[in-house]
Design a binder for this molecule. Structure first.
Ligand code: SAM
Ligand code: MD0
Ligand code: SF4
Length: 369
């Protein structure tokens, strides 16, 4: 139960000292739950700049100026679910559906490897072709082929699976399991992930971690959550020891129940990135190109992110999730385009071996240095 759902005056009472909270974070002691909510509620430009600056310094302590790049392969946009926020929910008749063949997935993954990404993220809707008694083996075979062909760490984002399939995926060489809770407010979860079970989704990540996989969790922003919900989610992700934590601003999708015309502010996402950095200091935090494309990259890195996700080759015929075509066809979601932007910020693309060392140490439970 989130203590911050109590009436706000029971937890939001000052004094909160911004300087003190930021100094402690720099010394390695992250903000507690109430301080986290306080930080997420900041609005003054100078306070926000100090927050982002501190988050960047914390990132530097743990990762120097190195950034990791993830290639994104959304290989099937078919899905049997009806998430209210998602363009690819099964009720949406306007979203483009495709399923790439294993050969196409291999060709795209190889292309991404040659372009210099550190990881391949194989993502799909809960496509019945892969989800089900016959489908599981197809999924494991696909992951296995990519693992055998591409010499990079592999992430899978397939939705909810039986534990034995997770086990088989681990054996096939998959390093990461990504599955986003979206919110730790159970009531809100029900309205977003319609017909899905909160605990089953949560348990999947924990099972994956028990099997030795690295795990990613994520929050959706501006879908009706409170600041208290956001703060609680960050502390849940820390308590569950997630290796990678993200927040993505909801992008309203045509043909879905949550479609609306207004465009939300991105500042909330930047604040989330910074505060996640102060709470989960040595974890990976994405700057996704899937919300604002490359235009939004600098701000997310400046807020403390250290992974660029959703790198998509223009020639693969692939879609994004939140932005299905933004910056794909024009080649801006690529390693050269992203590298150019990072260099203007004095950030560097890490070497592949450094990324591999990093996750290897993590898997062995050793401190990263
Ligand atoms: N089908 C799998 C699943 O749902 O776990 C894998 C797809 S996963 C990459 C889709 C994620 O993208 C969601 O968990 C959500 O966090 C994010 N997402 C989906 N639609 C979005 C939207 N309209 N705006 C922002 N993020 C969105
Ligand atoms: C991204 N579009 O990184 C991808 C996706 C799934 N693991 C990741 C949400 O933004
Ligand atoms: Fe399907 Fe994933 Fe979209 Fe939900 S978020 S509708 S499970 S693709």
């Amino acid at each position: 139960m989130n203590p911050l759902t109590l009436s706000e005056d029971r937890w939001s009472t000052p004094p909160f000292e911004l300087d003190d909270i930021l100094d402690r974070a720099l010394a390695g002691e992250g903000p507690n739950l109430r301080e986290t909510a306080f930080l997420l509620g900041l609005t003054q430009r100078q306070d926000l700049d100090r927050l982002y600056d501190t988050a960047s310094k914390v990132r530097e302590i743990h990762f120097s100026n190195e950034i990791f790049l993830y290639g994104f392969v959304y290989f099937s946009t078919y899905c049997k679910n009806r998430c209210a926020f998602c363009y690819y929910n099964c009720k949406n008749s306007v979203s483009p559906r495709y399923r790439k063949s294993p050969e196409e997935v291999l060709a795209i993954s190889t292309m991404l490897e040659r372009s210099g990404v550190h990881l391949i993220d194989l993502t799909m809707g809960e496509d019945p072709y892969y989800h089900g008694p016959v489908g599981w083996q197809r999924l494991v075979d696909l992951a296995s082929k990519v693992h055998d062909t591409v010499g990079l760490p592999l992430m899978i984002s397939p939705g909810v699976l039986p534990d034995r399939v997770l086990f088989d995926l681990t054996k096939a060489g998959v390093d990461w399991y990504a599955c986003y809770q979206e919110t730790y407010n159970r009531q809100l979860f029900r309205s977003l992930r319609v017909g899905q079970d909160f605990d089953v989704r949560l348990d999947q990540r924990l099972s994956a971690a028990r099997l030795g996989m690295l795990v990613e969790d994520g929050m959706l922003l501006n879908v009706g959550e409170s600041i208290g919900d956001r703060a609680y989610a960050i502390h849940q992700m820390k308590a569950y020891n997630m290796h990678q934590v993200r927040a993505m601003t909801f992008v309203p999708q045509v043909g879905t129940p949550l479609f609306r015309e207004d465009r939300p502010t991105i500042e909330d996402e930047l604040k989330m990135i910074s505060v996640m950095r102060l709470v989960c200091q040595d974890r990976l935090i994405p700057a996704s190109l899937d919300v604002e494309g490359t235009d939004g990259l600098k701000a997310r890195i400046a807020a403390g992110a250290n992974v660029v996700t959703s790198i998509i080759p223009p020639e693969g015929g692939l879609a994004g999730v939140a932005q299905h075509d933004l910056d794909i066809g024009n080649g801006r979601r690529t390693v050269p385009a992203v590298t150019r932007i990072l260099e203007t910020m004095d950030m560097e693309v890490a070497s592949i071996s450094h990324y591999k060392d990093y996750i290897q140490k993590w898997r062995e439970g050793r401190a990263v240095g």
